[in-house]
Design a protein around this ligand. Sequence first.
Ligand SMILES: O=C(O)CCC(=O)C(=O)O
Length: 270
Amino acid sequence: MTTLLESPEQYMTTPGLQENKEQYWRDGYTVLRGLYTNEEIAAYRSEVNRLWNLDGLDDDLNLRTEFRRGPDGRYTFDRLDPVLDISPGMTDAAKHPALLAALETLLDGSPEVLKCKLIRKEPGTNGYIPHQDFLYWRWLNEAPDRLCTAVINLYPSDARSGGLGFYRGTHHELLPGPADNPEADCDPTALNASTIDVPALEAGDVLVFHSLAVHFSGRNAAEVPRTVLLPSYCATDDRGLYRRYYQREVVRRCKEMVGFERYFERNADI
Ligand SMILES: O=C(O)CCC(=O)C(=O)O
């Protein structure tokens, strides 16, 4: 499916990428543009439609789907995680040579996929509280500077549609949770609201952020779903990272019953 407009080598030498790299290390995130053709984005959109209509995705016990409060306050599934194993199209997007080449420049190392999820936030669906991804990745024993996430936008996205927001410059350390729970996600009251930035993105734009960058997203108040593919990467030559990640994640979800909330709500009488 991949058709490159330009070679990865060409992309690596464009002046824009050096500016992206400076912004990434200064602010903790940056937006890459022009990596995908319009045809590729159109093909990825069709692939998302196919995925979202697969049988069994809405099954409460499907390990790939996680639920979030929807517009009516009820659970709705908003993500497929993992997704690459059931989607050649999403694999094409996450391993696109132009994206991998750009990430190699940003991270100064060869990027390996750590995990990858697809989020489709329907109108009215809630977002995510401020957090640092690295809090959940400490067990990997990788340096935070080597880990990042790319947000591949399949439709335009902004604050109104529940796009990602960042607290600029928070990617230097792991921040503690509230005083009564320091191991939890960072304390929102300790964050400086004047540093918030919610980049407005076009279809095909790729937002790349550092594993320690504090980020959040709001409710989708727009009329169309916000759809993004989120592959995370590690600059490493360890080819076993993806397997290591999901082996642990599947066990964790079962143990902590992540995503099964609706099952118990629906079957309270059994
Ligand atoms: O895309 C979103 O709405 C939030 C995703 C996010 O924060 C995450 O997956 O860490």
